[in-house]
Design a protein around this ligand. Structure first.
Ligand SMILES: NC(=O)c1ccc[n+]([C@@H]2O[C@H](COP(=O)([O-])OP(=O)(O)OC[C@H]3O[C@@H](n4cnc5c(N)ncnc54)[C@H](OP(=O)(O)O)[C@@H]3O)[C@@H](O)[C@H]2O)c1
Length: 334
């Protein structure tokens, strides 16, 4: 498995990482019940096959994702790079420290390798939050400081704090290419690594849903789908027609290349050198086997060009707002 250097840090991440949002999940949680033995099988097989990055957050299943990942890693903690995230509302210095220590306990470790501010801070000082992150780093509680969902303006504010950070975790997939306009070039210019999340658009790019109506409500909240969907809050028109037309074309490319759509979608994300790593939610060994195969060889340049052309109409319809859950007026990413 190829590894890429994370920003200016001394950490190298495998280009494919495991998204652990579903881990520790119960029936009523976002991803439903997650079997711990499946999670453990995925974590061990991933490590055996050269994947070193595992992504979690205190917000995932009220801390149970962190617990489940820590338990799954067990005695193999040293082989893994753990990425965890702190909600922005918990980044005032004393609160940040307490929440970081709680994450460390749940993960069963004394250091979080990559600690990211989950979304931009809106209600208190970014300077104080970054200074507190730096203190935690100096004490060895975190190795690399990171952010997530930061736009150009917010990256500028973060850089103005003078505290070095090495990663921005962002939504990136064939239908969510907003970061290409501004955020991705800025990260490349300043050697800030990018970890791409939601590469399968929560299953759609694994060819799971043949019509818009088949998509579960909770997975149809993004701006790709009409704002009248029950759990949606963005209030925009969506791009169902463009998305499903492009899916037909992607399916055709997948057929020509003799691989499932999920592999094309995953591999496409890391064809860009600006991307350090892409993380997909992997719930069982079958999905791991399927997804890992995407990283054994590159996509032909011609296929990448065609995939971009096929998905351009979706980009044009939904625009470059990189917050896929909120409309342009309320975007949390600036
Ligand atoms: N920083 C942030 O704000 C942020 C936001 C969202 C996510 N994330 C991180 O990014 C990770 C990945 O994003 P995500 O989980 O939301 O979306 P995703 O990776 O696009 O989709 C994951 C889901 O797709 C299905 N799947 C995976 N591989 C498959 C395959 N080979 N064939 C068919 N279906 C497959 C599984 O769902 P089913 O089996 O249930 O259908 C899986 O849970 C998360 O786990 C989390 O760590 C970060």
């Amino acid at each position: 498995m190829e590894k890429r250097k994370l920003g200016k840090s001394d950490i190298e991440l495998s280009v494919f990482g495991i998204g652990c949002w579903s881990y520790g999940g119960k029936k009523e949680d976002y991803w439903g019940a997650q079997d711990q033995s499946d999670a453990e099988a995925v974590v061990h097989a991933a490590l055996d096959r050269g994947i070193n990055y595992f992504d979690t957050a205190e917000a995932y299943n009220d801390g149970r994702s962190e617990e489940a990942l820590g338990k799954a890693l067990g005695g193999r903690r040293d082989e893994a790079i753990i990425g965890a995230k702190i909600p922005p509302e918990h980044t005032e210095p004393q609160t940040l420290r307490e929440h970081c220590e709680a994450s460390l306990r749940r993960l069963g470790t004394d250091c979080i390798d990559v600690y990211m501010i989950h979304w931009p801070i809106t209600d208190h000082s970014t300077d104080d939050a970054f200074a507190a992150m730096k203190d935690l780093q100096a004490e060895g509680k975190i190795r690399v400081i990171g952010v997530s969902n930061f736009g150009v303006e917010q990256l500028g504010e973060a850089m103005d704090t003078g505290v070095r950070f090495d990663v921005n975790q962002l939504c990136y997939n064939l239908f969510s290419r907003g970061i290409e306009d501004g955020i991705m070039p800025m990260c490349a210019e300043h050697e800030i690594g990018i970890i791409g999340y939601m590469p399968l658009l929560q299953g759609l790019l694994a060819d799971k849903f043949k019509t818009p109506d088949e998509i579960p409500e909770v997975r149809a909240r993004t701006r790709h789908f009409d704002g009248s969907r029950p759990q949606s809050r963005h209030g925009e028109a969506g791009a169902e027609a463009e998305v499903f037309a492009a899916l037909d074309g992607i399916r055709e490319i997948a057929r020509e290349l003799g691989m499932p759509m999920s592999r094309i979608a995953l591999r496409w994300c890391i064809e860009r050198r600006e991307m350090t790593c892409v993380i997909a939610g992997v719930r069982n060994l079958e999905q791991l086997d399927d997804n890992i195969a995407a990283f054994s060889h590159s996509l032909p340049a011609d296929a990448v060009r065609k995939l971009n052309e096929l998905t351009d109409p979706v980009m044009e319809k939904i625009g470059t707002n990189a917050d896929y859950f909120e409309g342009r007026g309320n975007s949390r990413i600036r």
